[in-house]
Design a protein around this ligand. Structure first.
Ligand SMILES: Cc1cc2nc3c(=O)[nH]c(=O)nc-3n(C[C@H](O)[C@H](O)[C@H](O)COP(=O)(O)OP(=O)(O)OC[C@H]3O[C@@H](n4cnc5c(N)ncnc54)[C@H](O)[C@@H]3O)c2cc1C
Ligand code: SF4
Length: 400
Protein backbone atom coordinates (compact mmCIF):
# COMPACT_ATOMS: atom_id res chain seq x y z
CA UNK A 1 0.00 0.00 0.00
CA UNK A 2 1.25 3.46 -0.91
CA UNK A 3 1.00 4.74 2.68
CA UNK A 4 3.49 2.25 4.10
CA UNK A 5 7.14 2.79 3.35
CA UNK A 6 8.75 -0.61 3.71
CA UNK A 7 10.85 -0.38 0.56
CA UNK A 8 14.45 -1.63 0.95
CA UNK A 9 16.53 1.01 2.73
CA UNK A 10 19.48 -0.23 0.68
CA UNK A 11 18.08 -0.82 -2.82
CA UNK A 12 19.96 -3.18 -5.18
CA UNK A 13 22.75 -1.93 -7.45
CA UNK A 14 22.17 -1.74 -11.18
CA UNK A 15 24.54 -4.00 -13.19
CA UNK A 16 26.53 -0.95 -14.39
CA UNK A 17 26.88 0.47 -10.91
CA UNK A 18 27.92 -2.94 -9.58
CA UNK A 19 30.70 -3.16 -12.18
CA UNK A 20 31.87 0.35 -11.35
CA UNK A 21 31.86 -0.36 -7.62
CA UNK A 22 33.60 -3.73 -8.04
CA UNK A 23 36.38 -2.02 -9.98
CA UNK A 24 36.98 0.41 -7.12
CA UNK A 25 38.11 -2.47 -4.85
CA UNK A 26 41.87 -2.52 -4.19
CA UNK A 27 41.80 -6.34 -3.79
CA UNK A 28 43.98 -6.11 -0.68
CA UNK A 29 46.15 -9.14 -0.06
CA UNK A 30 45.51 -9.37 3.71
CA UNK A 31 41.93 -8.27 3.21
CA UNK A 32 40.73 -6.73 6.51
CA UNK A 33 37.12 -7.05 5.29
CA UNK A 34 37.50 -10.84 5.14
CA UNK A 35 38.99 -10.93 8.63
CA UNK A 36 36.15 -8.75 9.95
CA UNK A 37 33.46 -11.02 8.49
CA UNK A 38 32.53 -13.73 11.02
CA UNK A 39 32.16 -16.25 8.15
CA UNK A 40 35.43 -15.00 6.58
CA UNK A 41 34.01 -14.68 3.10
CA UNK A 42 36.87 -14.02 0.66
CA UNK A 43 35.57 -10.55 -0.17
CA UNK A 44 38.24 -9.53 -2.73
CA UNK A 45 37.70 -12.86 -4.56
CA UNK A 46 33.95 -12.45 -4.88
CA UNK A 47 34.27 -8.81 -5.92
CA UNK A 48 36.87 -9.73 -8.56
CA UNK A 49 34.43 -12.27 -10.01
CA UNK A 50 31.76 -9.57 -10.23
CA UNK A 51 34.27 -7.33 -12.04
CA UNK A 52 34.81 -10.10 -14.62
CA UNK A 53 31.09 -10.74 -15.05
CA UNK A 54 31.09 -14.13 -13.30
CA UNK A 55 28.14 -13.66 -10.96
CA UNK A 56 27.55 -17.35 -10.42
CA UNK A 57 31.18 -17.88 -9.41
CA UNK A 58 31.00 -14.84 -7.19
CA UNK A 59 27.92 -16.19 -5.39
CA UNK A 60 29.70 -19.48 -4.83
CA UNK A 61 32.61 -17.71 -3.10
CA UNK A 62 30.05 -16.01 -0.82
CA UNK A 63 27.74 -18.93 -0.10
CA UNK A 64 30.41 -21.58 0.43
CA UNK A 65 31.41 -20.22 3.87
CA UNK A 66 28.04 -18.52 4.52
CA UNK A 67 24.80 -20.39 3.69
CA UNK A 68 22.85 -17.24 4.71
CA UNK A 69 24.80 -14.98 2.36
CA UNK A 70 21.56 -13.64 0.82
CA UNK A 71 20.13 -12.54 4.16
CA UNK A 72 23.48 -11.24 5.35
CA UNK A 73 23.82 -9.04 2.26
CA UNK A 74 20.69 -7.22 3.42
CA UNK A 75 20.90 -7.50 7.19
CA UNK A 76 24.57 -7.50 8.27
CA UNK A 77 25.65 -4.54 10.40
CA UNK A 78 28.42 -3.89 7.86
CA UNK A 79 29.50 -0.60 9.43
CA UNK A 80 30.95 -2.62 12.31
CA UNK A 81 31.99 -5.61 10.18
CA UNK A 82 33.43 -5.85 6.64
CA UNK A 83 32.77 -2.30 5.41
CA UNK A 84 33.96 -0.82 8.68
CA UNK A 85 37.29 -2.59 8.09
CA UNK A 86 37.70 -1.46 4.44
CA UNK A 87 41.06 0.32 3.96
CA UNK A 88 39.35 3.12 2.01
CA UNK A 89 37.98 4.39 5.35
CA UNK A 90 41.58 5.30 6.31
CA UNK A 91 41.83 7.50 3.23
CA UNK A 92 38.63 9.33 4.14
CA UNK A 93 36.88 7.71 1.22
CA UNK A 94 33.64 5.75 1.23
CA UNK A 95 34.26 2.03 1.83
CA UNK A 96 33.47 -0.43 -0.95
CA UNK A 97 29.76 -1.30 -0.87
CA UNK A 98 30.51 -4.91 0.04
CA UNK A 99 26.99 -5.84 1.18
CA UNK A 100 25.35 -4.43 -1.95
CA UNK A 101 27.86 -6.24 -4.16
CA UNK A 102 27.18 -9.41 -2.17
CA UNK A 103 23.48 -8.87 -2.78
CA UNK A 104 24.11 -8.32 -6.49
CA UNK A 105 25.79 -11.73 -6.84
CA UNK A 106 23.51 -13.72 -4.51
CA UNK A 107 20.28 -12.23 -5.94
CA UNK A 108 21.49 -13.37 -9.35
CA UNK A 109 21.57 -17.04 -8.31
CA UNK A 110 18.52 -16.89 -6.03
CA UNK A 111 16.29 -15.27 -8.65
CA UNK A 112 17.38 -17.81 -11.29
CA UNK A 113 17.16 -20.68 -8.79
CA UNK A 114 20.68 -21.76 -9.77
CA UNK A 115 21.85 -24.71 -7.69
CA UNK A 116 25.42 -24.22 -6.50
CA UNK A 117 25.70 -27.12 -4.06
CA UNK A 118 24.80 -30.81 -4.13
CA UNK A 119 24.08 -33.41 -1.48
CA UNK A 120 26.97 -35.78 -0.78
CA UNK A 121 26.97 -39.56 -1.17
CA UNK A 122 24.79 -41.05 1.64
CA UNK A 123 26.83 -41.99 4.69
CA UNK A 124 24.05 -43.81 6.53
CA UNK A 125 24.42 -41.40 9.50
CA UNK A 126 21.51 -39.35 10.84
CA UNK A 127 21.61 -35.96 12.51
CA UNK A 128 18.73 -34.16 14.27
CA UNK A 129 18.68 -30.39 14.35
CA UNK A 130 16.47 -28.49 16.77
CA UNK A 131 15.52 -25.08 15.37
CA UNK A 132 15.30 -24.02 11.70
CA UNK A 133 17.01 -20.66 12.18
CA UNK A 134 20.22 -19.52 10.47
CA UNK A 135 22.36 -21.63 12.84
CA UNK A 136 20.39 -24.86 12.41
CA UNK A 137 19.95 -24.55 8.66
CA UNK A 138 23.59 -23.57 8.04
CA UNK A 139 24.58 -26.70 9.91
CA UNK A 140 21.98 -28.71 7.94
CA UNK A 141 23.32 -27.53 4.58
CA UNK A 142 26.87 -28.63 5.19
CA UNK A 143 25.81 -31.93 6.77
CA UNK A 144 23.79 -32.70 3.64
CA UNK A 145 26.75 -31.78 1.45
CA UNK A 146 28.74 -34.31 3.45
CA UNK A 147 26.06 -36.95 2.80
CA UNK A 148 24.49 -37.24 6.26
CA UNK A 149 20.72 -37.52 6.60
CA UNK A 150 19.34 -34.44 8.37
CA UNK A 151 16.00 -33.86 10.07
CA UNK A 152 15.22 -30.35 11.33
CA UNK A 153 12.56 -29.88 14.00
CA UNK A 154 10.99 -26.42 14.11
CA UNK A 155 8.34 -25.17 16.54
CA UNK A 156 7.02 -22.41 14.25
CA UNK A 157 4.85 -22.84 11.15
CA UNK A 158 7.60 -21.39 8.90
CA UNK A 159 11.35 -22.08 8.80
CA UNK A 160 14.12 -19.46 8.91
CA UNK A 161 13.95 -18.42 12.58
CA UNK A 162 14.41 -14.68 13.03
CA UNK A 163 15.62 -14.23 9.44
CA UNK A 164 11.98 -14.95 8.49
CA UNK A 165 10.23 -13.53 11.55
CA UNK A 166 12.44 -10.82 13.01
CA UNK A 167 14.55 -8.74 10.62
CA UNK A 168 13.16 -5.26 9.96
CA UNK A 169 10.84 -5.29 6.96
CA UNK A 170 12.81 -2.54 5.18
CA UNK A 171 15.95 -4.71 5.31
CA UNK A 172 14.77 -8.22 4.54
CA UNK A 173 11.31 -9.46 3.61
CA UNK A 174 10.07 -12.87 4.70
CA UNK A 175 9.64 -14.19 1.13
CA UNK A 176 13.33 -13.51 0.34
CA UNK A 177 14.38 -15.20 3.59
CA UNK A 178 12.16 -18.18 2.76
CA UNK A 179 13.56 -18.49 -0.79
CA UNK A 180 17.04 -18.74 0.69
CA UNK A 181 15.82 -21.36 3.18
CA UNK A 182 14.19 -23.36 0.37
CA UNK A 183 17.50 -23.49 -1.46
CA UNK A 184 19.00 -25.25 1.58
CA UNK A 185 15.99 -27.58 2.03
CA UNK A 186 16.27 -28.60 -1.64
CA UNK A 187 19.47 -30.45 -0.75
CA UNK A 188 17.20 -33.06 0.83
CA UNK A 189 16.81 -31.75 4.36
CA UNK A 190 13.77 -33.21 6.09
CA UNK A 191 11.86 -30.42 7.84
CA UNK A 192 9.27 -31.02 10.54
CA UNK A 193 7.37 -27.81 11.20
CA UNK A 194 5.17 -27.11 14.20
CA UNK A 195 7.15 -29.53 16.39
CA UNK A 196 8.34 -28.19 19.74
CA UNK A 197 11.11 -30.42 21.09
CA UNK A 198 10.86 -30.74 24.86
CA UNK A 199 13.65 -33.20 25.57
CA UNK A 200 16.75 -34.33 23.70
CA UNK A 201 16.52 -37.88 25.10
CA UNK A 202 14.38 -39.41 22.32
CA UNK A 203 16.46 -37.66 19.62
CA UNK A 204 19.69 -39.08 21.06
CA UNK A 205 18.21 -42.58 20.84
CA UNK A 206 17.26 -42.20 17.17
CA UNK A 207 20.05 -39.97 15.76
CA UNK A 208 23.85 -40.18 15.69
CA UNK A 209 24.23 -36.52 16.70
CA UNK A 210 22.01 -33.60 17.72
CA UNK A 211 22.52 -29.90 17.03
CA UNK A 212 20.66 -27.40 19.19
CA UNK A 213 20.08 -24.03 17.49
CA UNK A 214 16.99 -22.83 19.33
CA UNK A 215 17.88 -19.13 19.52
CA UNK A 216 16.75 -16.95 22.40
CA UNK A 217 13.39 -16.94 24.17
CA UNK A 218 10.64 -14.39 24.59
CA UNK A 219 11.17 -10.67 25.22
CA UNK A 220 11.87 -10.08 28.93
CA UNK A 221 9.05 -8.43 30.81
CA UNK A 222 9.41 -5.08 32.59
CA UNK A 223 8.13 -6.33 35.92
CA UNK A 224 6.07 -3.17 36.56
CA UNK A 225 2.32 -2.79 37.19
CA UNK A 226 0.07 -2.46 34.13
CA UNK A 227 1.93 -4.73 31.71
CA UNK A 228 -1.23 -6.78 31.21
CA UNK A 229 -3.19 -3.79 29.83
CA UNK A 230 -4.46 -3.95 26.27
CA UNK A 231 -2.11 -2.09 23.95
CA UNK A 232 1.08 -3.34 25.63
CA UNK A 233 2.93 -5.73 23.32
CA UNK A 234 6.40 -7.18 23.18
CA UNK A 235 8.64 -6.17 20.29
CA UNK A 236 9.06 -9.64 18.80
CA UNK A 237 5.31 -10.28 18.65
CA UNK A 238 4.76 -6.87 17.02
CA UNK A 239 7.51 -7.35 14.42
CA UNK A 240 6.53 -10.96 13.68
CA UNK A 241 2.93 -9.92 13.03
CA UNK A 242 4.06 -7.12 10.72
CA UNK A 243 6.29 -9.48 8.76
CA UNK A 244 3.67 -12.17 8.25
CA UNK A 245 0.52 -10.15 7.53
CA UNK A 246 -0.56 -7.44 5.07
CA UNK A 247 0.68 -4.15 6.57
CA UNK A 248 -2.77 -2.74 7.32
CA UNK A 249 -3.55 -5.74 9.56
CA UNK A 250 -0.88 -4.91 12.14
CA UNK A 251 -2.37 -2.68 14.81
CA UNK A 252 -0.36 0.39 15.67
CA UNK A 253 -1.22 3.23 18.03
CA UNK A 254 -1.20 6.96 17.28
CA UNK A 255 1.24 7.64 20.13
CA UNK A 256 3.61 4.74 20.51
CA UNK A 257 6.25 4.35 23.22
CA UNK A 258 9.00 1.79 22.76
CA UNK A 259 10.80 0.82 25.97
CA UNK A 260 14.48 -0.05 25.44
CA UNK A 261 17.30 1.28 23.26
CA UNK A 262 18.91 -1.76 21.62
CA UNK A 263 18.71 -2.65 17.93
CA UNK A 264 15.37 -4.40 18.40
CA UNK A 265 13.93 -1.27 20.04
CA UNK A 266 15.11 0.77 17.04
CA UNK A 267 13.50 -1.75 14.66
CA UNK A 268 10.25 -1.46 16.63
CA UNK A 269 10.17 2.34 16.83
CA UNK A 270 10.94 2.83 13.12
CA UNK A 271 8.49 0.18 11.98
CA UNK A 272 5.73 1.60 14.21
CA UNK A 273 6.35 4.97 12.57
CA UNK A 274 6.32 3.47 9.08
CA UNK A 275 3.01 1.73 9.93
CA UNK A 276 1.47 5.14 10.55
CA UNK A 277 2.05 6.10 14.22
CA UNK A 278 1.89 9.90 14.55
CA UNK A 279 4.46 9.81 17.33
CA UNK A 280 6.86 6.95 17.88
CA UNK A 281 9.20 7.45 20.82
CA UNK A 282 12.01 5.51 22.46
CA UNK A 283 11.90 5.64 26.26
CA UNK A 284 15.26 4.80 27.80
CA UNK A 285 16.33 4.80 31.43
CA UNK A 286 19.91 5.89 30.65
CA UNK A 287 21.43 8.59 28.42
CA UNK A 288 22.04 8.95 24.68
CA UNK A 289 25.67 7.78 24.96
CA UNK A 290 24.62 4.61 26.77
CA UNK A 291 22.25 3.36 24.05
CA UNK A 292 23.27 -0.19 23.13
CA UNK A 293 22.06 0.14 19.51
CA UNK A 294 24.48 0.72 16.66
CA UNK A 295 25.06 4.41 15.77
CA UNK A 296 23.70 4.01 12.25
CA UNK A 297 20.49 2.44 13.64
CA UNK A 298 20.07 5.48 15.91
CA UNK A 299 20.60 7.76 12.90
CA UNK A 300 17.97 5.82 10.94
CA UNK A 301 15.40 6.26 13.72
CA UNK A 302 16.10 10.00 13.84
CA UNK A 303 15.75 10.23 10.05
CA UNK A 304 12.42 8.40 10.33
CA UNK A 305 11.19 11.16 12.67
CA UNK A 306 11.19 9.04 15.83
CA UNK A 307 11.58 10.80 19.18
CA UNK A 308 13.72 9.92 22.23
CA UNK A 309 13.13 10.30 25.95
CA UNK A 310 16.35 9.67 27.86
CA UNK A 311 16.81 9.20 31.61
CA UNK A 312 13.22 8.04 31.98
CA UNK A 313 12.84 4.93 34.13
CA UNK A 314 9.47 3.15 33.58
CA UNK A 315 7.62 2.72 36.89
CA UNK A 316 4.02 1.89 36.00
CA UNK A 317 1.77 1.57 32.99
CA UNK A 318 -1.48 3.43 33.53
CA UNK A 319 -4.85 2.93 31.90
CA UNK A 320 -8.34 1.63 32.38
CA UNK A 321 -8.40 -1.71 30.57
CA UNK A 322 -6.35 -0.09 27.78
CA UNK A 323 -2.99 1.59 28.07
CA UNK A 324 -3.21 5.39 28.43
CA UNK A 325 0.23 6.35 29.61
CA UNK A 326 3.60 5.37 31.02
CA UNK A 327 4.67 6.71 34.38
CA UNK A 328 8.42 7.27 34.46
CA UNK A 329 10.91 8.54 37.01
CA UNK A 330 13.10 11.28 35.55
CA UNK A 331 16.77 11.93 36.40
CA UNK A 332 15.76 14.51 39.03
CA UNK A 333 13.64 11.78 40.70
CA UNK A 334 10.34 13.36 39.64
CA UNK A 335 7.45 11.24 38.39
CA UNK A 336 5.88 12.06 35.05
CA UNK A 337 3.23 10.31 32.97
CA UNK A 338 3.90 10.20 29.22
CA UNK A 339 0.58 9.80 27.41
CA UNK A 340 0.37 7.01 24.81
CA UNK A 341 -2.02 4.46 23.35
CA UNK A 342 0.51 1.71 22.68
CA UNK A 343 3.63 0.46 24.44
CA UNK A 344 6.14 -1.87 22.79
CA UNK A 345 8.49 -3.59 25.22
CA UNK A 346 11.96 -4.15 23.74
CA UNK A 347 14.34 -4.78 26.62
CA UNK A 348 15.97 -7.92 25.22
CA UNK A 349 15.18 -11.60 24.98
CA UNK A 350 15.59 -14.11 27.79
CA UNK A 351 17.16 -17.55 27.34
CA UNK A 352 15.13 -20.54 26.11
CA UNK A 353 13.92 -22.74 28.91
CA UNK A 354 12.10 -25.59 27.15
CA UNK A 355 14.73 -28.19 27.84
CA UNK A 356 18.09 -28.68 29.45
CA UNK A 357 21.00 -29.26 27.09
CA UNK A 358 23.04 -32.13 28.58
CA UNK A 359 26.59 -31.01 29.38
CA UNK A 360 29.53 -33.07 28.22
CA UNK A 361 27.63 -35.37 25.85
CA UNK A 362 29.95 -35.67 22.80
CA UNK A 363 26.96 -36.19 20.47
CA UNK A 364 25.24 -32.90 21.43
CA UNK A 365 26.30 -29.59 19.83
CA UNK A 366 25.01 -26.05 20.38
CA UNK A 367 25.30 -22.94 18.20
CA UNK A 368 23.78 -19.58 17.21
CA UNK A 369 22.01 -17.13 19.51
CA UNK A 370 21.36 -19.75 22.23
CA UNK A 371 25.11 -20.35 22.50
CA UNK A 372 26.52 -16.84 21.93
CA UNK A 373 23.88 -14.97 23.94
CA UNK A 374 22.42 -13.23 20.86
CA UNK A 375 24.40 -11.81 17.95
CA UNK A 376 23.72 -11.52 14.21
CA UNK A 377 22.67 -13.84 11.40
CA UNK A 378 26.27 -13.98 10.17
CA UNK A 379 27.48 -15.26 13.57
CA UNK A 380 24.76 -17.93 13.68
CA UNK A 381 25.70 -19.02 10.13
CA UNK A 382 29.40 -19.16 11.05
CA UNK A 383 28.65 -21.29 14.10
CA UNK A 384 26.30 -23.61 12.20
CA UNK A 385 28.97 -24.23 9.55
CA UNK A 386 31.68 -24.79 12.19
CA UNK A 387 29.50 -27.28 14.08
CA UNK A 388 28.69 -29.17 10.86
CA UNK A 389 32.44 -29.68 10.43
CA UNK A 390 32.76 -31.00 14.00
CA UNK A 391 29.78 -33.34 13.60
CA UNK A 392 31.22 -34.60 10.34
CA UNK A 393 34.53 -35.35 12.08
CA UNK A 394 32.62 -37.17 14.81
CA UNK A 395 30.72 -39.24 12.27
CA UNK A 396 34.00 -40.07 10.59
CA UNK A 397 33.50 -39.58 6.89
CA UNK A 398 35.25 -37.39 4.33
CA UNK A 399 33.44 -34.39 2.82
CA UNK A 400 31.31 -35.22 -0.27
C1 LIG B 1 14.04 -8.00 16.23
C2 LIG B 1 15.35 -8.53 15.78
C3 LIG B 1 16.01 -7.92 14.72
C4 LIG B 1 17.22 -8.42 14.28
N1 LIG B 1 17.85 -7.79 13.25
C5 LIG B 1 19.00 -8.30 12.76
C6 LIG B 1 19.63 -7.69 11.64
O1 LIG B 1 19.17 -6.67 11.13
N2 LIG B 1 20.75 -8.28 11.16
C7 LIG B 1 21.27 -9.43 11.68
O2 LIG B 1 22.26 -9.94 11.16
N3 LIG B 1 20.71 -10.01 12.77
C8 LIG B 1 19.58 -9.47 13.31
N4 LIG B 1 18.99 -10.05 14.41
C9 LIG B 1 19.66 -11.21 15.04
C10 LIG B 1 19.44 -12.50 14.22
O3 LIG B 1 18.12 -12.58 13.78
C11 LIG B 1 19.82 -13.71 15.06
O4 LIG B 1 21.15 -13.53 15.54
C12 LIG B 1 19.77 -15.02 14.28
O5 LIG B 1 18.49 -15.22 13.69
C13 LIG B 1 20.09 -16.19 15.21
O6 LIG B 1 19.91 -17.41 14.55
P1 LIG B 1 19.62 -18.73 15.37
O7 LIG B 1 19.46 -19.80 14.36
O8 LIG B 1 20.64 -18.89 16.44
O9 LIG B 1 18.25 -18.45 16.15
P2 LIG B 1 16.78 -18.08 15.63
O10 LIG B 1 16.83 -17.27 14.39
O11 LIG B 1 16.08 -17.51 16.82
O12 LIG B 1 16.14 -19.49 15.29
C14 LIG B 1 15.87 -20.45 16.29
C15 LIG B 1 14.71 -21.32 15.84
O13 LIG B 1 14.52 -22.39 16.77
C16 LIG B 1 13.13 -22.61 16.94
N5 LIG B 1 12.95 -23.28 18.25
C17 LIG B 1 13.19 -22.75 19.47
N6 LIG B 1 12.96 -23.68 20.42
C18 LIG B 1 12.57 -24.80 19.79
C19 LIG B 1 12.19 -26.12 20.24
N7 LIG B 1 12.21 -26.45 21.53
N8 LIG B 1 11.80 -27.04 19.31
C20 LIG B 1 11.80 -26.73 17.98
N9 LIG B 1 12.15 -25.50 17.51
C21 LIG B 1 12.54 -24.55 18.40
C22 LIG B 1 12.56 -21.20 16.90
O14 LIG B 1 11.18 -21.22 16.63
C23 LIG B 1 13.39 -20.58 15.79
O15 LIG B 1 12.80 -20.75 14.52
C24 LIG B 1 17.80 -9.55 14.90
C25 LIG B 1 17.15 -10.16 15.99
C26 LIG B 1 15.95 -9.64 16.43
C27 LIG B 1 15.29 -10.27 17.62
S1 SF4 C 1 28.46 -11.80 5.35
FE1 SF4 C 1 28.11 -9.75 6.22
S2 SF4 C 1 30.04 -9.22 7.27
FE2 SF4 C 1 30.48 -10.97 5.89
S3 SF4 C 1 31.24 -9.97 4.01
FE3 SF4 C 1 29.02 -10.31 3.76
S4 SF4 C 1 28.01 -8.39 4.41
FE4 SF4 C 1 30.16 -8.37 5.19
Amino acid sequence: MADFDFADIAPPLTPDYALLEANKCLFCHDAPCTLACPTHIDVPAFIKKIATGNLRGSARVILEPNPFGHSCARACPVEVLCEGACVLNDRDEQPIKIALLQRHATDYVLERKLKLFQAGKPTGKKVAIVGAGPAGLSCARDLRRAGHAVTVFEAKPLPGGLSTYGIAEYKLKADVALAEVQDILDLGVELKLGVMIESLGPLLEEYDAVFVGVGLGRTKSLGIPGEELEGVVDALTFIEHLKTHPYHETRVGKRVLVIGAGNTAIDAVTQAKRLGAEESTIVYRRGEDDMPCYDYEYELAKRDGCAFRFHALPKRIVGNGRVEGLEVETSDKKCETIPCDMIIVAIGQGPRGEFVVPQGNPRVFVGGDCANGGAEIVNAAAEGVAVARRIHELLGRSHG
